[in-house]
Design a protein around this ligand. Sequence first.
Ligand code: PLP
Length: 229
Amino acid sequence: MTPTPSIDEPIDQVRTDILARIDRAATRAGVPTPQLTAVSKMQPDDRVAAALAAGQTVFGENRVQEAQTRWGKTFAPARDGLELHLIGPLQTNKAKDAVTLFDVIQTLDREKLARALLKAADTVGHMPRLMVQVNIGEEDQKAGVMPDDLDSFLDRLRSEYGIEPDGLMCIPPLGAPVAPHFWRLEQMARRHGLAQLSMGMSADYETAIPFGATHVRVGSALFGARKTG
Ligand SMILES: *Cc1c(COP(=O)(O)O)cnc(C)c1O
């Protein structure tokens, strides 16, 4: 097993530094300061506890079951003051659990899921806020609506399902310049009058901000390397 590198600085200091970087990037670009979504997936409880103690209230998770354990059990007493975002792919058979737990689901990307979410919302009694994931790099292995299909998908959401998403989310391809992808997602959101843009991760959140990111999703830069296996 490779040793897990850890951040030596306490999380509250790292978080303060990240918030300052976010602020600087936004000020420089003359855009509103985006929200820091702390991606707590596969992080040990003590780091999550430290982030909570530091005042972090917005968290992102990519698996429903792991999130249920963390926020429905381990940190259940803190849950009320928090905003939880699902940022990973959602299977229709987990729709009800996701609707129950999350405040925002960022990964709506197909009609079948829209139907499952509506049914779940009916049962649970409320619908989380929704964002549409776009497969911005048109990668086979990635989830998300293909850019060419976005117009018709959004039309269908509105006309067939009465769903009005808040915005768009993307994960650009690894190892290629990210700015063109952020630019393209911004154009898509503008064209459709969508206010929110979830883009930018540990390696590139400062790049996403001038393109109008409203949510940056930062995991390892905040918490340190994730547990594996
Ligand atoms: C894991 C994950 C992140 C955070 O990644 P880092 O590089 O650790 O910041 C952001 N977005 C999504 C969708 C993820 O799955």
